[in-house]
Design a protein around this ligand. Structure first.
Ligand SMILES: Cc1cc2nc3c(=O)[nH]c(=O)nc-3n(C[C@H](O)[C@H](O)[C@H](O)COP(=O)(O)OP(=O)(O)OC[C@H]3O[C@@H](n4cnc5c(N)ncnc54)[C@H](O)[C@@H]3O)c2cc1C
Length: 399
């Protein structure tokens, strides 16, 4: 038996022994674990599952063992993903620590920064959020104005960030700040890590149409940043910040899950849902137009998942953090939005449940997922911006 076959056998046995049964059920929105000092666990199994996976380093399977990760090779990680998928095991913890700042510190952090921050992400002790967007800087991110002054042995930060997802639950924030106001706009930016547990940092949640407050305004009033929390060189933060965006887009596109799971599949595939809610005639959907939409979207999703898988297999680091990541981000979010629109057409009014016993838990979740999906082509850079990047950086078209 090859080493990989052995690894598969051991992984399967370990997962079967250690993954609690309730962690193989789909997670409701408030069951998703983000970790951090303020975390609460509705289901104690979620904490148990997190602790067991973290102890093996499998919350960050490919990160080096020296930083708490699993040290798995690309091939071993694919096996782990496959085996988790086989038993429907939940991802034990998600968040910007894993998808954004962790990989960026692996690329650009000092040894001291890696040793300080990565193990706390792996264990779920510290939760991170992203301080990029400002009221006057979204797509044109380099226009950001949050001021960061050198005070000798520390920096002082003043300004405002907006749309800071999960800031009310986070312990630390990674930010792009302006350190050289006179320089051309891309050249006076630095990337700093800020401890949010200080009087200089205030967060105000923003309430949305869905009833949730997934993101906040974040204010810095004389927030203090120790010098060792500068990542990369002073005034060269744009390079670090762009790299992080590639990791973010790679994660939004589902590249880390090796194309094994669609993002909206808790109720099954579109054909499954059509079978359940409408029924088939002679094995087919009677409505030709709906059948066409279901078939196209399902085939596109399948092709997309296979392309994700291929991209992951071809790339040593397990994703495709290059400009080409924008293609995955663009296609994944547009296909996902379309899928949910079709799902709603299939389910009719049953797809619009908000509360009450006439709707199942999965239907309640679906309505919220559909509303939230509208933001997927904006978050992490809008679809138009991804198309601009693909045109310029992938296809080499002129400005
Ligand atoms: C769910 C969600 C979570 C988010 N979480 C975070 C977070 O945690 N941290 C954070 O920092 N930010 C976060 N954001 C903010 C996000 O990064 C911005 O919303 C996004 O970059 C767009 O910026 P904007 O909202 O200012 O829109 P604008 O930049 O004002 O864009 C408005 C419209 O103009 C279009 N547009 C702008 N410039 C161009 C151009 N050059 N060519 C073509 N079209 C253009 C855009 O595509 C868009 O349709 C989040 C956003 C969402 C929706």
């Amino acid at each position: 038996m090859s080493n990989l076959d052995n690894f598969r056998q051991e992984t399967r046995a370990w997962l079967e022994e250690n993954c609690p049964a309730s962690m193989c059920e789909p997670a409701a929105e408030d069951d998703i674990v983000g970790g951090g000092k303020k975390a609460t666990y509705k289901n104690p199994d979620a904490k148990l599952w997190l602790d067991r996976m973290a102890a093996k380093g499998w919350t960050a399977p490919t990160w080096p063992k020296a930083y708490g990760g699993g040290g798995l090779t690309k091939a071993e990680n694919l096996i782990l993903q496959d085996e988790m998928f086989r038993i429907n095991a939940r991802t034990p913890i998600t968040g910007m620590g894993f998808s954004m700042i962790g990989p960026t510190l692996l690329d650009y952090g000092t040894e001291e920064q890696k040793l300080e921050h990565l193990p706390k992400i792996v264990s779920g002790e510290i939760r991170w959020c992203q301080g990029y967007s400002e009221p006057g800087a979204g797509s044109d991110l380099a226009s950001l104005q949050t001021k960061c002054e050198d005070k000798g042995d520390y920096f002082l930060v003043n300004g405002q960030k907006i749309w800071t997802s999960g800031a009310q639950y986070a312990d630390w924030i990674f930010t792009l700040v302006r350190t050289e106001p006179q320089a051309p706009k891309h050249e006076g930016i630095s990337f700093v890590l800020i401890d949010m547990d200080q009087p200089g940092v205030t967060v105000k949640p923003i309430r949305l149409i869905s009833g949730n407050s997934p993101f906040c305004e974040t204010f810095f009033d004389d927030a203090r940043v120790e010098k060792h929390n500068l990542v990369g060189q002073l005034n060269r933060g744009w390079t670090v910040g762009k790299r992080l965006l590639q990791h973010e887009r790679s994660s939004i596109s589902g590249l880390g899950s090796a194309g094994r799971r669609g993002r909206y599949d808790a109720m099954g595939t579109l054909p499954d849902i059509a079978r359940e809610y409408i029924g088939l005639e002679s094995g087919k959907l009677a409505d030709l137009s709906l059948r066409d939409s279901v078939t196209r979207n399902t085939m596109n999703l399948r092709a997309f998942n296979l392309t994700q898988r291929r991209a992951m297999e071809e790339n040593e680091s397990g994703g495709t953090p290059t400009f080409a990541t924008s293609m995955f981000k663009y296609f994944g979010s547009e296909n996902g939005k379309e899928r949910l629109e079709i799902q709603l057409k299939i389910m009719g009014t049953q797809g619009l449940g908000w509360e009450g016993d006439s709707f199942s838990q999965a239907e309640h979740t679906l309505t919220r997922t559909w509303l939230r999906s509208k933001s997927s082509s904006i978050a992490g850079g809008s679809s138009e911006i991804q198309l601009n990047i693909i045109a310029k950086r992938v296809l080499g078209l002129p400005d």
